[in-house]
Design a binder for this molecule. Structure first.
Ligand code: XBP
Ligand code: MG
Length: 257
């Protein structure tokens, strides 16, 4: 096992409910829109990955939501991109305020892997600046330097569940999919990683816990800490208190029991 490739939203941190969702609503209010994405409806909107894609999905689902759907496609694209840029500004400011911590066990596992000389990488749908800011504010200043490749956002044509972002990261790493393992939190993310031929460990969260994770090598509620142990939800493995490098290697090698 040469590399560990991490999803960001929902996997490294619970960014969606108290981060992205809040930032979308702030951008909507700033733009004078009366759209409000509450916790429940946002769960349904998460079916579509990518913030700009999610806004478009919402507009289409709401029959326009006050937006003229017959306008020139380029004008609509620009309007969505501007609204999304405002959302990103608000999201970055939430991160800067330290409002979004890493999930349980994330810092520990990243540190263990880094110290063991395992290559680390990111494969995410979110905007690249969001990754930089999350690592900077939730992990430590300069933490992004631990990651050899950060594959993010519009760098590939198709977002998750397409495998494009994982294919891109694997290629940039100069490795084969057999030499890597992926970490995801969602069905869409799992499909993306599996599509790229990666064994995948899933740590679920409140929005994804009831999704279909067939094909995952291991499903846990979280990576966990000794005083905040993880729960085994699926896949092969015996009850262990936390996801450490030894367990990851065993899952990757198919020897976890
Ligand atoms: C993450 C996403 C992203 C974020 C918002 O999915 O779907 O769209 O919700 O980020 P994954 P942007 O964890 O599967 O990569 O607004 O920057 O797109
Ligand atoms: Mg995710």
């Amino acid at each position: 096992m040469k590399a560990m490739i991490f999803d960001v939203d929902g996997t490294l941190a619970d960014t969606e409910r108290d981060g992205h969702r809040v930032a979308f609503n702030m951008a909507f209010a700033e733009a004078g829109l009366d759209w409000v994405w509450d916790e429940e409806s946002y769960g349904r909107l998460l079916e579509v990955t990518g913030g700009k894609e999610r806004i478009r999905f919402y507009i289409e689902g709401e029959g326009g939501g006050g937006v003229d759907m017959d306008q020139d496609a380029e004008v609509l694209d620009k309007w969505i991109a501007d609204l999304h840029a405002s959302k990103t500004r608000h999201f970055l400011s939430l991160l800067e305020q330290g409002r979004i911590p890493l999930r349980s066990g994330v810092r520990r596992l990243l540190t263990e892997a880094h110290n063991a000389g395992i290559t680390l990488a990111v494969a995410t749908t979110t905007t690249p600046q969001n990754v930089t800011a999350l690592l900077e504010h939730a992990m430590f200043s300069g933490a992004e330097s631990w990651f050899q490749v950060v594959g993010a956002g519009d760098i590939v044509p198709n977002k998750k569940p397409a495998s494009d972002i994982y294919d891109y990261v694997i290629e940039q790493l100069g490795l084969s999919s057999e030499e890597c393992i992926a970490f995801e939190d969602s069905h869409n993310g799992l499909l993306s990683a599996r599509g790229a031929g990666l064994k995948t460990i899933v740590t679920v969260n409140g929005y994804t816990e009831n999704e279909d994770f067939s094909g995952a090598a291991l499903v846990l509620d979280q990576m966990g800490e000794l005083d905040d142990p993880c729960r085994l939800l699926g896949g092969v493995g015996q009850k262990r208190p936390l996801l450490d490098l030894e367990w990851v290697r065993a899952v990757w090698g198919g020897t976890a029991a």
